[in-house]
Structure formats: C-alpha cells, structure tokens
Design a protein around this ligand. Structure first.
Ligand SMILES: [Fe+2]
Ligand SMILES: [Fe+2]
Length: 274
C-alpha cells in the first residue's frame, strides 16, 4: 500500500501548495492513504473547521495536529465532530476529540493512525507518550485489527523521537516526527521493519523562521522585547513529506523516501512509485 504523510502545513501559502499539489500526487502515484499535519494551518496557529474540511477535500484521509491544536477557539467544539481529525492522544482523559482512529484506505486496508506528543523541551505535564503508544497498540495490534499503523509523533527532541521510533519498531508501519518544521535526512527502515523519519518538515515558506516571517523572531532573539505578533511568511511554499510503501502482507515498511516539491529545498520524489 502507498502512503504519503505531509508535515505541518503553515498558513495560507502552506495550505495553497497542499491543496494545489495533493490531488495530482494522489492520482499520479495512485496513493492509498494520505495524512496531513494541520496544526499551523490557520495563520500559523491551529486550524479552523473550514481548513480541516478543505484539507479532506484536497484528498487527505486524516488530519493530525500537535501542541498548536487548540490555538483557534472553535477547535474544542468542532474536533469531536470529525472522525478524521486527531489531536495528540496523550492529553489528559476527558480532553475533547480523540488521538487515534481506524480508517479504511482506498485499497481497502484498515489503517490505524495516532497522533502522540513528546514531552522533552515542550510539554512535560502530558501523559507518557510511550505508554499512550503501548495502549493503542495493545488495543489494535498490527496484523490483527490493523493492516497498517502510522504514528505522527509530534515532538521537539530528536532523542525522544528516535527512542519512540525504536520502541514502536516492528509494531508500527511508520513513525514520523512533526513539529520542528525542518525535514531530517534520517529516513530509514528500522531493524524490525518500521519506517522512521525524525521530522517530515513543514509545508510552508522556508525563507522564514519555521514558516513565520523572520523579522520578529530575529528581533526577539536579539532584543528580548517583542515588537509585534508573529506572522506567517507568505512567500512560495515548499511541500515536505514522506512516502512509504507498506507490505500488504505484514503491514511493515518496504520502502521509504522523502518527498519535497517547491522553490527552496532540493526537490525529491520517491523513485519507487514512478
Ligand atoms: Fe508545527
Ligand atoms: Fe508543534
């Protein structure tokens, strides 16, 4: 099965490139399943209901999020209405919405997707992400209730991401990091057959600080005094994600490659689907 994951979509320019390119990628590559992280889709901060619906319309099967999930005030009310909208699973019990779900891919496969957030350098008060993963995997093991499993691990520290990947190895089809907005070059298949990449990168303007206009972040580093709001950098965006070929027999990964389209970073496409 052919799966594409796209990293944090940042602002209008990030949305535009995803909405423009995703339908063609789905038809050209005959993609079976697509996941898009949308935590920064609304002006860099959170996601609106309309943007969620537009992302699904563009071809995403599931939208994941992260620490910015609640930045738009309406998200707490709309999140539970959509089975294909995920917030991090390791928020406290009783948090609106859900952190994992089972979906049917275009090839008929049952795909379990979970959004889990790291704690190092970000939210130490969250529930243990490793325990959250264990609970989800115990309920729906790969090869039994699920034909493929994807974890979007939204975290800051590459150490926590790597350890989380190894912890899930042989039990998950893909562990992909999000949140840092910078694509890493460590995409690989771990010893047990889990595809892994520390960060998928963002879909946004890379002439920026993590997708935001660079002037104010630079000012804050230098002066420590805020001069204004953070605004999205609205130059042409680069689409960043990761492509994975998953075995229909085992649910483990057979191939992994980064996918980048756009003006700033070196473009690359998975060669195993052409
Ligand atoms: Fe993000
Ligand atoms: Fe984030």
């Amino acid at each position: 099965m052919r799966l594409l994951f796209l990293g944090d979509m940042v602002g209008k320019t990030g949305r535009n490139i995803v909405f423009e390119k995703l339908p063609g990628l789905i038809s050209d590559f005959k993609l079976d399943f697509v996941i898009v992280n949308g935590e920064n889709a609304a002006g860099g901060f959170g996601i609106t209901e309309q943007i969620h619906l537009d992302t699904i319309d563009a071809g995403a099967d599931v939208v994941t999020t992260g620490n910015h999930v609640w930045d738009q005030k309406d998200t707490v009310s709309f999140c539970a209405r959509y089975d294909n909208f995920l917030r991090p699973a390791n928020y406290p019990a009783g948090t609106p919405g859900k952190g994992s779900g089972m979906y049917i891919a275009r090839n008929g496969a049952r795909v379990l997707v979970a959004n889990i957030m790291g704690r190092v350098f970000m939210h130490p008060e969250l529930d243990d992400p490793f325990k959250a993963a264990e609970t989800i995997l115990e309920a729906s093991p790969l090869g039994e209730q699920a034909d493929a499993i994807v974890f979007d691990f939204h975290a800051e520290a590459t150490s926590e991401k790597q350890c989380f990947g190894h912890f899930c190895d042989s039990r998950v089809s893909l562990v992909v990091g999000t949140h840092t907005h910078i694509p890493t070059a460590d995409h690989q298949i771990l010893n047990g057959g889990t595809a892994y990449m520390s960060d998928a990168g963002m879909c946004g303007d890379y002439d920026s600080s993590l997708g935001m206009d660079k002037e104010e972040p630079i000012n804050r580093f230098i002066s420590k005094i805020s001069k204004g709001r953070m605004e999205v950098a609205n130059g042409p965006a680069t689409l960043c994600g990761v492509a994975v070929e998953i075995s229909d027999r085992t649910g483990l990964a057979e191939k992994i490659a980064p996918l980048r389209m756009g003006p700033r970073l070196a473009e690359t496409m998975p060669d195993f689907w052409t």
